[in-house]
Ligand binder design. Structure first.
Ligand code: DOR
Length: 427
């Protein structure tokens, strides 16, 4: 069965295509992309009318937390993948802070086989840098790659030991996979639960200063010239860190970074009222940092958008602020929040799509993220205009911990296609 997506506005940043094109899918692959009306419609072709909608490569999120194995009450690979599909994501990379930790072949294989059985989008495992995320001994990075991991990270925690990080970069170079750092100097954030600043002082909460992020990014960049390896800074949130990445890139060092939508749409002011859905790590920052994050998006210092989808149950969030778990769900709000940056003229619509599709795939060297002929048909169709209000109770995710309840936004996913098959459809 062939499928024709017609009448849409196709935006494929990787191929520099932006216009009125129809797209033909055959056996899960993209067979043709032609100007509107040019592809012959035979009776055996299924038609998807994308009139008024944007047709883009499937979104890719290189930073999510599905809680399987270990904390399935928050999210499973199945429910996480449904949330991803509802958010327009066709590929997600899952962080290793599960229980047990994904620090060895058998856990990687378990995740891959669960994904094969239950997931409706592509699920790619990230292996731990250190055994048990303890920051003491390196995991077997070669084994993790052989089992199917596409990068290494201790996310949720930094690799604090500089010698260990140096060796992680050296080894990861041998396996040609990036090290994804959760950049935080723990001595500076110990006991903290939000950004250090005027709001934390007024709320009487212990703060986490931006220097904690800056210093770690600086250290890791300093390790690069001699080690080689590729450093990817996860969820960048401080303006200082953006500056450091900008300078390192100017020197030609192999460093990249991602930003989560909450770090460009919210400030630490959201913590007032002790809303635990505004608690994440790194924390929501002050306005000057948000401005510097936006500048980093504008000038390309920040490579792509990743949600840091971190599902937590009510029992983990309906507690005192200082005791609540860090993190929010993000897959089902990523598109509308990213479009806010288009509204603010920080980035164009094409750049927004680029940061959700081509860039993450390019940096992780995955053969996805474009609508090129012969590529796997992972496609997202969305309506960029219709306004609606965010309702977390409707999320497909098993967890609803989102600070965006009631936000008026635009950008609705209409259809998500993986391997040529529709896995999500908005009715
Ligand atoms: O807010 C966060 N939540 N940041 C992290 O780095 C980890 C994540 C989680 O696993 O809940």
């Amino acid at each position: 069965m062939r499928t024709l997506i017609k009448n849409g506005h196709l935006i494929d940043p990787g191929n520099k295509k932006n216009g009125e094109f129809d797209l033909l899918i055959n056996k899960g692959k993209i067979e043709a992309v032609e100007p509107r009306g040019k592809i012959n419609e035979t009776s055996d072709i299924e038609i998807i009318d994308a009139n008024g909608a944007i047709v883009s490569p499937g979104f890719c999120d290189m930073h999510v937390h599905f809680r399987e194995p270990g904390h399935e009450y928050k999210e499973t690979i199945e429910t996480g993948s449904q949330s991803a599909a509802a958010g327009g994501f066709t590929t997600v990379a899952v962080m290793p802070n599960t229980e047990p930790v994904n620090d060895n072949r058998s856990i990687t294989e378990l995740i891959i086989s669960q994904a094969k059985e239950t997931a409706i989008v592509n699920v790619l495992p990230i292996g731990a840098i250190t055994k048990g995320l303890k920051g003491e001994t390196l995991s077997d990075m070669g084994e993790l790659k052989a089992a199917g991991c596409i990068g290494y990270s201790d996310d949720g925690r930094p690799v604090s030991d500089s010698e260990l990080m140096r060796r992680a970069l050296e080894y990861s170079k041998m396996f040609d996979l990036p090290c994804i750092q959760h950049s935080e100097v723990l001595e500076l954030t110990r006991g903290g639960s939000m950004n250090e600043g005027i709001v934390s002082t007024e709320l009487g909460l212990k703060g986490m200063p931006t220097e904690a992020e800056d210093i770690m990014v600086h250290r890791d960049i300093s390790l690069l010239p001699k080690t080689g390896g590729r450093l990817h800074v996860a969820h960048i949130s401080s303006g200082g860190a953006v500056d450091l990445v900008r300078q390192a890139k100017a020197k030609g060092l192999p460093v990249t970074c991602e930003v989560a939508p909450h770090h460009f749409t919210l400030t630490h002011e959201a913590c007032r009222g002790y809303d635990t859905n505004a608690k994440m790590s790194p924390p929501l920052r002050a306005e000057p940092d948000i401005e510097m994050i936006k500048e980093g998006m504008r000038d390309g210092t920040i490579d792509f958008i990743a949600t840091d989808h971190a599902p937590h149950d009510l029992v983990d969030k309906q507690v005192e602020f200082s005791k609540a778990c860090f993190g929010i769900v993000g897959l089902e709000t990523a598109l509308p929040l990213t479009l806010k940056m288009v509204d603010e003229k920080i980035i164009s619509l094409e750049k927004a799509i680029d940061m959700l599709t081509f860039q993450p795939n390019r940096i992780f060297r995955l053969d996805k993220g474009t609508l090129g002929i012969g590529k796997v048909a992972d496609i997202t169709i969305f309506d960029e205009k219709t306004k609606y209000s965010i309702d977390p109770s409707k999320f497909k995710s098993r967890s609803k911990n989102s600070p965006y309840k009631g936000w008026k936004v635009r950008g609705k996913i209409l259809r998500t296609i993986v391997n040529g098959k529709t896995v999500f459809k908005n009715n």
